[in-house]
Write a new protein. Structure first.
Length: 135
């Protein structure tokens, strides 16, 4: 006797396979959620590290601005102008680090697609949700 193809399986066979199919689907969805959360945690970590780096550079900016103020008040030589140029460069570095951090935080804050998909699947199973139902 030949092995039945997918088209020839009986209703009882398909119903018997349903728990395994649902179990496989749920495991796949959970694996997908784990991957998405890992991705988001990674980007939040990168963003946090860059904000901390920007804060450290900000401290150096504060020091150079103090030095620039001292040179400006002393008016001995135009050394204060050099200190202001260094402060401008540090300010540019801070802005770049904060922009990169913002981009990473934004990537990490996107909603989880798999959870939305699971909610839609549960709505279908419960018979609720935004889909075309025939009552």
């Amino acid at each position: 006797m030949a092995v039945p193809t997918n088209d020839e399986r009986s209703l009882f066979t398909l119903i018997g396979e349903l728990p395994d199919t649902v179990s496989t689907l749920v495991r796949a969805e959970i694996d997908q959620i784990k991957a998405e959360i890992s991705y988001k945690i990674k980007h939040f970590g990168i963003g946090s590290g860059l904000v901390a780096g920007a804060a450290v550079v900000g401290i150096f900016l504060l020091f150079t601005l103090i030095v620039a103020a001292i040179f400006a008040l002393a008016l001995v030589m135009p050394g204060w102008a050099a200190a202001l140029v260094v402060s401008g460069v540090l300010l540019l570095i801070i802005a770049i680090l904060l922009w990169i951090a913002y981009v990473n935080f934004k990537r990490g804050a996107e909603p989880l697609e798999t959870i939305e998909s699971l909610r839609a699947d549960l709505d279908v199973l419960k018979g609720t949700g935004d889909y075309d139902r025939r009552d």
